[in-house]
Design a protein around this ligand. Structure first.
Ligand code: ZN
Length: 139
């Protein structure tokens, strides 16, 4: 039986494969509807706003704002030692995505909702790359 600390198996679906392929190439891509022009995330076969199936993948700027966060003091072992900042980032294009905030101490006194953030790409082993975010301008 898999333990809660084993690395989750990475298995893109047909709907999510273009997202993961982009991330592997260090670009952030989102699905956009050709009918109503709205971006959405997570990827799905229908536009969640107008139900159109006429979707395309678009490379986006990788910038946004910290919408919300929680500090996880004890993340699973495969993530590494905690604490880490689990973040909901609202991208400039509109959609929000769950991610990890890096490049800043996981200290509530330093974190501020609405702070500007930008995407970074981090290898997570076994050929997997994850999009994470850091405060804009951080190194
Ligand atoms: Zn639409």
């Amino acid at each position: 039986m898999a333990s809660v600390d084993s690395f989750p198996r990475f298995a893109p679906t047909p709907e999510t494969a273009p997202f993961w392929e982009g991330v592997r190439n260090r670009v952030l891509r989102l699905p956009r509807c050709r009918t109503c022009n709205a971006y959405h995330f997570y990827p799905r076969p229908l536009c969640p706003y107008c139900w159109s199936r006429d979707l395309e993948w678009v490379t986006v700027g990788g910038r946004g704002r910290l919408h919300s966060f929680v500090i996880n003091q004890r993340p699973p072992k495969h993530v590494g030692p905690g604490p880490i900042v689990l973040a909901m980032v609202e991208l400039d294009e509109g959609p929000r995505l769950m991610t990890e905030l890096v490049g800043i101490d996981p200290d509530p006194a330093r974190l501020r909702c609405d702070m500007p953030v930008e995407v970074v790409f981090e290898a997570a082993g076994e050929g997997v790359v994850l999009p994470k975010f850091r405060p804009r301008g951080a190194r």
